[in-house]
Design a protein around this ligand. Structure first.
Ligand SMILES: Cc1cc2nc3c(=O)[nH]c(=O)nc-3n(C[C@H](O)[C@H](O)[C@H](O)COP(=O)(O)O)c2cc1C
Length: 245
C-alpha cells in the first residue's frame, strides 16, 4: 500500500479515553487550530467555532451530562465544536438585510465544522496527543447551552478530549474499503450484506480480544437503530435560530 508520514499518522488513530494529568501547551493548540482552519470550507463561509473549556467546575458539569464521562474532566484539554451561524447573523444585521436560510445553512455548518474538527484532531495526533470525540454532550444541549452561555446561532455538535495518552488501546477494525468505495453505482444489497458478514467476524474478534462483551457489528447496529436517540435535538437547534426546513 502507498505510504507516507501523513497516512501513517492517520492510520495510527484510535480513540484515547485515559489521559495523563498534563495539559497541552498553548502553542500546540494554536498550531492545531491554524491547521484545522486550513480545511476547505464551503464558499469560505467558515461556519464554526471551537470553545476550549478550562474551568474545572464547567468541565465536571459537562463530564456529568455527557454520560458521565470522567475523561471530559480529566483530559489535558477539552473542546466543544460548534456550528457557528452567529457571525453571519451579525453581518446580515449590520448590513441591514434579513438573515434568511434553510436547512442548507445548518448542514453547511455541521459539515464544515467537522472538516475543521478532523483537521484539528489530526494535527493534535500528529503532535503525539491522544484524542476522543464526545457525542455525549448532545445528551443535554439545553444544559450545555447554559453552562457555556451560548448566544443565538451557536450550535454545539460534539466535544473533543485531547491530552497525553495514558493507555495504548488496539485499533478498532473498519469495514473493508471495498464496502465503501464504489465505481459508478451503488452495489446490490447482496454484495453489501456480504461485506457486512465479513466485517462482523472481524469486529466480534476485536471485541473478544479487548475483553469486551462480544457482539457482531450487525448486532450492535441493529440495537443502536431500534429506537430514536436524543429526540430533542431539532427543537433545541431551532430554539437557537437554526432553520431545519
Ligand atoms: C462525533 C463522534 C462522537 C463520539 N462520541 C464519543 C463519546 O461520547 N464517548 C466515547 O468514548 N467515544 C466517542 N466517540 C469515539 C468512537 O466511539 C470511536 O471513534 C469509534 O468507536 C471508532 O474507534 P476508534 O476511534 O478508536 O478507531 C465518538 C466519535 C465520533 C466521531
Amino acid at each position: 500500500m502507498t505510504q507516507n508520514p501523513t497516512i501513517d499518522t492517520m492510520l495510527a488513530h484510535r480513540s484515547i479515553r485515559k489521559f495523563k494529568d498534563e495539559s497541552i501547551p498553548e502553542s500546540d493548540i494554536k498550531a492545531a487550530m491554524i491547521a484545522g482552519q486550513a480545511a476547505a470550507t464551503s464558499s469560505a463561509v467558515q461556519p464554526y467555532c471551537i470553545i476550549q473549556i478550562t474551568d474545572s467546575s464547567k468541565r465536571q458539569q459537562i463530564a456529568d451530562l455527557a454520560g458521565p464521562q470522567q475523561k471530559v474532566h480529566d483530559c489535558g484539554a477539552f473542546f466543544v465544536i460548534c456550528a457557528d451561524l452567529r457571525k453571519h447573523m451579525l453581518i446580515t444585521k449590520r448590513a441591514g438585510t434579513e438573515y434568511t436560510t434553510g436547512l442548507e445553512a445548518f448542514l453547511v455548518g455541521a459539515v464544515d465544522a467537522s472538516l475543521f474538527a478532523q483537521n484539528f484532531n489530526l494535527a493534535l495526533e500528529s503532535l503525539g496527543y491522544g484524542t476522543c470525540y464526545i457525542g455525549g454532550i448532545r445528551n443535554d444541549l439545553p444544559q450545555l447551552n447554559d453552562i457555556l452561555n451560548l448566544p443565538e446561532g451557536v450550535l454545539p455538535l460534539y466535544g473533543l478530549c485531547a491530552g497525553v495518552p495514558d493507555e495504548s488501546p488496539s485499533h478498532r477494525p473498519r469495514l473493508a474499503p471495498e464496502a465503501m468505495l464504489f465505481t459508478n453505482e451503488y452495489p446490490s444489497d447482496e454484495e453489501t450484506l456480504a461485506y457486512i458478514d465479513q466485517y462482523d467476524t472481524l469486529y466480534k474478534q476485536y471485541l473478544t480480544d479487548r475483553g469486551a462483551p462480544p457482539a457482531t457489528w450487525s448486532e450492535s447496529i441493529a440495537k443502536k437503530y431500534s429506537y430514536a436517540a436524543r429526540v430533542g435535538l431539532a427543537a433545541f437547534f431551532k430554539s437557537k435560530g437554526a432553520n431545519l426546513d
